[in-house]
Design a protein around this ligand. Sequence first.
Ligand SMILES: Cc1cc2nc3c(=O)[nH]c(=O)nc-3n(C[C@H](O)[C@H](O)[C@H](O)COP(=O)(O)OP(=O)(O)OC[C@H]3O[C@@H](n4cnc5c(N)ncnc54)[C@H](O)[C@@H]3O)c2cc1C
Length: 453
Amino acid sequence: MKIAIFGAGVAGLSAAIELVDKGHSVEIYEKRKVLGGKVSVWKDSDGDSVESGLHIVFGGYSQLQHYLKRVGAENNYSWKEHSLIYAESDGKQSFFKKANLPSPWAEVVGGLQADFLTMWDKLSLIKGLFPALAGNEEYFRSQDHMTYSEWHHLRGASEHSLQKLWRAIALAMNFIEPNVISARPMITIFKYFGTDYAATKFGFFRKNPGDSMIEPMRQYIQSKGGRIFVDAKLGRFELNSDETIKHAVLRDGHTITADAYISALPVHNIKTVLPVEWLAHDYFRNLHQFEGSPVANCQLWFDRKITDTDNLMFSQGTTFATFADVSLTCPEDFQKGMGTANGGSVMSLVLAPAHNLMDMPGEVIISMVMKDIHDRFPKSRDAKLLKSTLVKIPRSVYKAVPDVDQYRPDQISPIKNFFLAGDYTYQRYLASMEGAALSGKQVAEKLLSKLGG
Ligand SMILES: Cc1cc2nc3c(=O)[nH]c(=O)nc-3n(C[C@H](O)[C@H](O)[C@H](O)COP(=O)(O)OP(=O)(O)OC[C@H]3O[C@@H](n4cnc5c(N)ncnc54)[C@H](O)[C@@H]3O)c2cc1C
């Protein structure tokens, strides 16, 4: 069977891996020059890696780890110490370290030892979060009508723990505040966090997500006969009289004919190319319920080390929510003699919430970030900033706000030869690399079982 896939993010590449392995003829069309979508990385004029966003692999990402192994990239990432590290003013750090016990005791004992929570925070958390730990998928779904803040307060958990602990998690997961994000994804995460010891450990790519994951995926797909076209933007579909796709037309006028078509575009992009005839179906109309979360990623190169923390860090009350010194976490990308690397820190910072930053000039944002860096990392006050980069993504992952989960589409559409993949489509994870990988696996399996391949 000939299958055309549009979009070369993790979802499109994962679907391609499954399909080339089954011997199908796969063509991927990507609008940009670089593969990877939100995980893409490119080089600046100094030869340094600029990433769309700092990316972490979680212990619980079994599908993504499976693909990394399948493409020979299982050694391209490494695990860090198992703790949440919160950067505070003047170089102080607070920790939530899991105890060396089976879950949930690892989390309960770890939580009781966390020095940045009061005893009342701890007791109210243990009591308040119990339904999340004991809950199942049905319970999580039933809580999707309220925000996480509402759920937290209804459970009697303290405002202080919301601001100190969970706000950072909401911003890291979906780039939105706890009073905007639905309770559902947050309590689903507590379940993972509280019941599976290994699920929440953080892994970093040894180089960067582009070289360590996307490039091996590309090589694997091409080695199995898959063809990848860049600078190839999907423009529209032409239909047969029964509404199935006759062919896809790229923006440059090039026509593609296949037995099946998979969109692995972000939801806001696929909405713009849907034929109007298809909008008679709820399935396609519902895609208009999704809105993208704005986010920005800032990278700062310093002439010396400003931290020795080799792990993900969280911070609250700052322009950045999650960040890492990638010269430490991803050492193979920042060795002396490569790009501008000189042994200094290279901070990669996810700026969230970012709705106010989208129209702000880059220099203003960098100066705000630097002020916060000086506050959190005293060593930076004497360091020289060598250069900075800023990537703004006005519509990144879909906002997981209350009541939107019900609109996540299945990978099978009502159109016989058209399928959807992407982190927003229905699978058990929120928008993430794992969610995108799962959607790629599911779309391939469902397509083959429907069309018989
Ligand atoms: C700043 C940031 C940090 C993140 N951190 C993490 C993290 O630590 N861990 C984690 O698991 N997830 C993280 N994520 C989320 C993760 O990156 C995404 O959920 C995932 O990569 C989405 O993959 P996808 O394939 O569904 O979509 P995308 O990556 O968006 O891929 C879609 C592709 O379609 C292409 N395209 C669009 N329109 C067209 C067209 N008309 N024709 C052809 N091609 C088109 C795009 O260029 C893109 O390559 C982060 C995201 C951001 C923005």
